[in-house]
Ligand binder design. Structure first.
Ligand SMILES: Nc1ncnc2c1ncn2[C@@H]1O[C@H](COP(=O)(O)OP(=O)(O)O)[C@@H](O)[C@H]1O
Ligand SMILES: [Mg+2]
Length: 256
C-alpha cells in the first residue's frame, strides 16, 4: 500500500529576507486534517515561514521545496495558493483603507468557491452568512461595512482574521499568534472555530506561545523552530517543556 502524500510537505526550505538568510532549513509535513503547533523564540522565523508559504514577495525562497495538495506550491502565485485552499492569517493584520470588509471577504470567498466549482454567493446570501459568523466570533456587525481593519483594535483584527477563516473554509490554515491581543472570549472562539473546521477536514498549523490554547487544540504534533531550523519535534509534552523551561535551555541542549 502506498502512503498518500501529506497535504503540505516542506523540505529543506531556505528563505532570505532582504540581505538575511532567515530560514536555514525547514522540513515539515502536515497530513490532511492534522493540527500541528509551531513554537519558537521571537525572531526564530515562524512568521517568515507563514508568509513564505502564502507567497509574500519579500520572502525569497533560495532553496528547498514545498508541495501543497499535490502541486508545487512555490511555483504558484499567492492567489492560486489561496484558491487551492491555503489560508495564512497575519500576525499583525494590516488595514486596507477604502476597501469595504464585506466586499473584500465576499470577493475572496467567491474566488475560492469558483475554484471549488461552487456557484458565487450574491451580496444578500453572503451577508447572512457573514453576520452569523461575525456574531459567533463576537465581532460587531458594523465592522462588516467598514474598511478592512480600519480603526479595529488588535483583538478585533484577530477576530476579523477568524471571520475570513470561518467563511473561506480552507484545506489548510496557518494561524500566526491568533490568540495574541485577544481576550478570554476571543481565545474560546478560536478553539471552537478550529474544532468545528477540523471536524470538516481543515488542517492547521498553529503558531502560539500560549500553553492553555495549545492544550485545548489537542495537536497531532508540536514543532520547535530555532534560528530558522526545526530543532525539535514532539507531542504536547514538548509544548509543556517549553512553557516550563523556556526556549533557551532547550536550545543549549540541542547544541551539545
Ligand atoms: N521584512 C523583513 N526585513 C528584515 N528582516 C526581517 C523581515 N521580516 C523578518 N525579518 C527578520 O527575520 C527574523 C525572523 O522573523 P519572524 O519570522 O518574524 O520571527 P518570529 O515570527 O518567529 O518571531 C527576525 O530576525 C526578523 O527581524
Ligand atoms: Mg511572528
Amino acid at each position: 500500500m502506498t502512503h498518500p502524500e501529506p497535504l503540505l510537505q516542506v523540505r529543506d526550505l531556505r528563505v532570505d529576507v532582504g540581505e538575511r538568510n532567515v530560514l536555514k532549513s525547514v522540513s515539515l509535513d502536515v497530513p490532511a486534517g492534522a493540527l500541528v503547533v509551531l513554537m519558537g523564540a521571537n525572531g526564530s522565523g515562524k512568521s517568515t515561514l507563514g508568509l513564505t508559504l502564502a507567497g509574500h514577495p519579500r520572502y525569497r525562497v533560495v532553496g528547498g521545496r514545498a508541495r501543497f495538495a499535490g502541486q508545487d506550491l512555490l511555483a504558484l502565485s499567492p492567489e492560486t495558493r489561496a484558491r487551492a485552499g491555503l489560508f495564512v492569517s497575519f500576525q499583525a493584520p494590516p488595514e486596507i483603507p477604502g476597501v469595504k470588509n464585506n466586499l473584500f471577504i465576499r470577493t475572496a470567498l467567491n474566488a475560492v468557491r469558483a475554484a471549488r466549482g461552487e456557484a458565487p454567493l450574491d451580496a444578500f446570501d453572503f451577508l447572512g452568512d457573514a453576520r452569523t459568523a461575525a456574531t459567533r466570533l463576537g465581532l460587531p456587525e458594523a465592522m462588516l461595512s467598514r474598511p478592512v481593519n480600519d480603526g479595529f483594535s488588535g483583538g478585533e483584527r484577530k477576530r476579523n482574521e477568524l471571520l475570513q477563516l470561518a467563511l473561506l473554509k480552507p484545506r489548510l490554515a496557518l494561524l500566526d499568534e491568533i490568540d495574541s491581543g485577544m481576550d478570554v472570549d476571543g481565545v474560546r472562539a478560536v478553539v471552537q472555530l478550529v474544532q468545528e473546521l477540523r471536524a470538516q477536514g481543515t488542517a492547521f498549523i498553529v503558531i502560539s506561545h500560549y500553553l492553555q490554547l495549545i492544550e485545548s487544540l489537542a495537536p497531532d504534533a508540536v514543532l520547535r523552530l530555532d534560528q530558522g531550523c526545526i530543532a525539535q519535534t514532539g507531542d504536547i509534552a514538548l509544548a509543556g517543556d517549553i512553557a516550563r523551561t523556556g526556549f533557551a535551555p532547550a536550545a543549549e541542549a540541542v547544541a551539545v
